[in-house]
Design a binder for this molecule. Structure first.
Ligand SMILES: [Zn+2]
Length: 506
């Protein structure tokens, strides 16, 4: 007898519908699974058999063939276990096939018959329009985001039989409704002093401008970067769902409400491979780092230590807001809408030419050169971060809070929205001409910087966008930018002193 249960597998960031066809026929007992299962999927036999027997149900001593359709799609992981088990129960008449009509299932089985959560349940259930979608109770809150009241969370395989055959109620799994309170990130009030860096952080958040922090170890660069997501507006409904989907596909922890409402933060180590960060090669099975942190903050500490080709590979997605991933079936576009914050020491030893610096000038120059010009060109706000002064550290007064700064950021972003963009960093040339026209004094400054070669044509555009943000933070909705804004913006495009010749000159 044949029984088909709809299920799904993960295909990169997306779910893909899979029909699990189970055929049970007389013959020598055997179990065959076909249709491009990966190793873990192939092992379904052992888990499903043990789960069925532990649940007091019967494993057929017959020839069982499982076909996973469509055949051309690679099936990954253990999420098809539950559908295979239900297919066997249906094909052997232990659950009448009519009762299984309109039932889809995604879940892994434990040997004791428990139904376990799987990675990527949200993108997977999105592919299942059936009136009842059975998932693990542990996946309930995420599945509900996808299929709402159609979700049927269960703890054990026997729960499904009880509900379908015995007519008992489905298990009552508490699903937290909508937005629980996510723990707030660290607060900017903890940062003592650092006026310049705070200002840079605020401008970066308000305009969506990529940021570079340069300073010695212990200056608090990481501490500052971690406080950037808190300054960004909470995610819109659409973004929240997108981010949650990607996190689900990546198998990362989700908040109690299931839905991620805050911009994510990720800080991949400088040894991260290009494949892990932006993809590369084929058969990418997990979402790349730049997609996981889409709509949030990507922090690259020790920028100079990243492999140059990895940094080069970042440029295109930063520019386009999407990353192209090559897969067996062709190229896919995945989200990569990130705010980049990079940090680096001013020189290999970190002291940057100050009294304690042990680096010969040549090695300092080489170090600064490790970060390629084209990537630097994408970092619109650069700032030097020094170790906080002793008096700032001893001063008991707390700095301005995240909430206060986030308020100004939100106001600035609403100006950007009135221009039809989410933030000023993505204003086009045309939009800049309309909304960021330099007045005569500002034009003069740009002219001088361009003629002296201090700014490229592209750099001048970027500087105007930053100047626009500076103006917006002053709560001034007019369409022009002024000399002061432009001068600040240009100053922030220059790499802060990387040691220079302060020591050599002495
Ligand atoms: Zn040094």
């Amino acid at each position: 007898m044949l029984c088909t249960i709809p299920s799904a597998t993960l295909d990169g960031l997306d779910g893909a519908r899979v029909s699990v066809e189970v055929h049970v026929a007389n013959g020598l007992p055997a179990f065959t699974i076909v249709g491009l299962p990966d190793t873990s999927c192939r092992e379904a036999r052992d888990r499903v058999r043990a789960a069925i027997e532990s649940s007091g149900l019967e494993w057929p001593m017959q020839r069982v063939t499982v076909n996973l359709a469509p055949g051309g799609l690679r099936k990954v992981g253990s999420g098809l276990d539950l559908a295979v088990a239900l297919g066997i129960l249906g094909a052997t008449g232990q659950i009448s096939p009519e009762l299984l009509a309109g039932v889809a299932a995604v879940g892994e089985l434990g040997l004791d018959g428990t139904v376990r959560p799987v990675r990527g349940v949200l993108p997977m259930v999105d592919e299942l329009p059936e009136p009842r979608v059975i998932v693990s109770a542990a996946d309930a809150r995420v599945a509900v985001l996808g299929v709402g009241q159609r979700a049927r969370p269960v703890r054990r395989l026997s729960d499904v039989v009880d509900a379908l055959v015995e007519g008992l109620p489905w298990p009552n799994v508490e699903v937290p409704l909508e937005v629980g309170v996510e723990p707030a990130g660290p607060d900017l009030a903890d940062v003592r002093g650092q006026a310049g860096a705070r200002r840079a952080l605020e401008i970066a958040a308000a305009g969506g401008h990529h940021l570079l922090l340069v300073g010695p170890p212990g200056a608090g660069k990481t501490m500052l970067a971690r406080r950037l997501p808190g300054l960004l507006p909470p995610l819109s409904d659409v973004s929240a769902r997108l981010v949650t989907r990607v996190h689900s596909a990546a198998g990362l922890a989700l908040p109690p409400s299931g839905l991620i409402r805050h911009p994510p933060f990720r800080a991949p180590h400088h040894s991260a491979s290009m494949a892990a960060l932006v993809g590369g090669g084929s058969g990418q099975s997990r979402p790349v780092e730049i997609s996981v942190v889409s709509e949030g903050v990507l922090f690259l500490d020790e920028l100079g230590e990243f492999a140059p080709r990895v940094l080069d590979a970042l440029r295109q997605p930063l520019e386009a807001g999407v990353v192209r991933i090559s897969r067996a079936g062709g190229t896919r576009e995945h989200p990569a809408q990130v705010l980049l914050v990079a940090a680096m020491n001013p020189c290999p030893c970190g002291e940057g030419g100050q009294i304690n610096c042990r680096c010969p000038p040549a090695s300092r120059t080489r170090y600064a050169g490790r970060v390629s010009g084209p990537l630097l060109d994408r970092l619109d706000v650069m700032v030097h971060v020094d170790r906080p002064a002793p008096e700032a550290l001893l001063n008991p007064a707390r700095g301005e809070t995240t909430a206060a700064v986030a308020g100004r950021v939100a106001a600035a972003r609403s100006f950007a929205e009135s221009r039809g963009v989410t933030c000023n960093a993505v204003l086009s040339q045309q939009q800049l001409d309309r909304h960021a026209m330099p007045d005569s004094a500002a034009s003069e400054i740009l002219y001088v910087a361009l003629s002296a070669g201090a700014l490229s044509a592209r750099g001048a555009m970027r500087a105007r966008a930053v100047a626009r943000t500076i103006r917006d933070l002053d709560d001034d909705g007019d369409d022009g930018i002024r000399a002061g804004d432009v001068a600040q913006a240009i100053a922030m495009r220059a790499l802060p002193p990387m040691g220079g010749d302060r020591v050599d000159a002495a």
